[in-house]
Design a protein around this ligand. Structure first.
Ligand SMILES: NC(=O)c1ccc[n+]([C@@H]2O[C@H](COP(=O)([O-])OP(=O)(O)OC[C@H]3O[C@@H](n4cnc5c(N)ncnc54)[C@H](OP(=O)(O)O)[C@@H]3O)[C@@H](O)[C@H]2O)c1
Length: 264
């Protein structure tokens, strides 16, 4: 289902206080959508909301920890009360990390799954029914290339994104079988220049990767383009999707390539 005209639509973006979510929310507003901003840091959300209002947009600030199901359901309720509908849900909130499996704190591994995976699940559970009822809506899941190809020192993060990819793939098929009129698109970003990367992650990153980071604006261009074409997934930069084919056809070769390119 193509999405070209955002006029009058209402969108909810999780993780809107920073990085990809912030740029996406701004772009959605510029395109004519009313936008609900979800994240924990209220000050950052209010700053973005002022920017949106100054350019004539309609915006709602919903401070929320997406890992808490009650907070997610309350934020969804408030968006529906304010806008009447939520036509576009962007499940984007998330964080990463880097550690050898043995050193990765178990509590952080659990927390990451709750934020990156359960956060998306809670908002989808809360907002999909009214889309199905109206037979109209768009779900955008921001997964990661790490949600299809794992790499060293990313085990916990890759697990959260593989979970998200699986949920998105299965749900997309359910929606099709149901004839729900709701389109789901999964986004697989590569390495995007945002505060996602801690100083340690940046320091340990191979110089070639650090130097070739893509800007969030370019990713958001690709997301809008893919939505306009009715695509079900988008990998950005697009060349990375060759890795999925290589993984399917020659997994041993792909594994050696991953080890080679991530070598410090
Ligand atoms: N940057 C990349 O290279 C890259 C690559 C692949 C995938 N991704 C994915 O893209 C998404 C956005 O990341 P980004 O690069 O834009 O990073 P970012 O700049 O660090 O933004 C992350 C956003 O998620 C929000 N968030 C984190 N924990 C949250 C929680 N418990 N409840 C509510 N919001 C929470 C943060 O807001 P608060 O801190 O205010 O809560 C922030 O708005 C993530 O899911 C990430 O995994 C990023």
């Amino acid at each position: 289902m193509q999405l070209k005209n955002y006029d009058g639509l209402a969108a909810l973006v999780t993780g809107a206080s920073s990085g990809i979510g912030r740029v996406l929310a701004l772009r959605l507003s510029k395109a004519g959508a009313r936008v609900a901003l979800v994240a924990r840091r209220e000050v950052e959300l209010e700053t973005l909301a002022s920017e949106i209002r100054e350019s004539g947009g309609e915006v709602l600030v919903l401070p929320c920890d997406v890992a808490e199901s009650e907070q997610a359901s309350e934020a969804s309720k408030r968006a529906l009360e304010a806008f009447g509908t939520v036509d576009i849900l962007v499940n984007n909130a998330g964080y990463g990390g880097q550690s050898n499996f043995l050193d990765w704190d178990l509590e952080d591994m659990e927390r990451m799954m709750r934020v990156n995976y359960f956060g998306a699940l809670y908002f989808t559970k809360a907002l999909l029914p009214q889309m199905v009822e109206r037979k109209s809506g768009w779900l955008v899941f921001v997964s990661s290339v790490s949600g299809r190809i794992a790499s060293p020192e990313k085990s916990a993060y890759a697990a959260t994104k593989f979970a998200m990819t699986g949920l998105a793939e299965g749900l997309s098929l359910d929606l099709e079988v149901m004839g729900a009129g709701v389109h789901l698109m999964t986004v697989f970003p590569g390495v995007i220049r945002t505060p996602f990367f801690t100083p340690r992650m940046l320091r340990d990153m191979p110089a070639k990767t650090r130097d070739s980071m893509a800007e969030p604006e370019a990713l958001v261009d690709a997301i809008f383009d893919a939505l306009a074409k009715g695509k079900r997934e988008v990998t950005f930069p697009s060349g990375l999707s060759a890795g999925y084919v290589v993984k399917a056809l020659a997994p041993g070769f792909l594994r050696n390539q991953v080890l080679r390119v991530t070598k410090k």
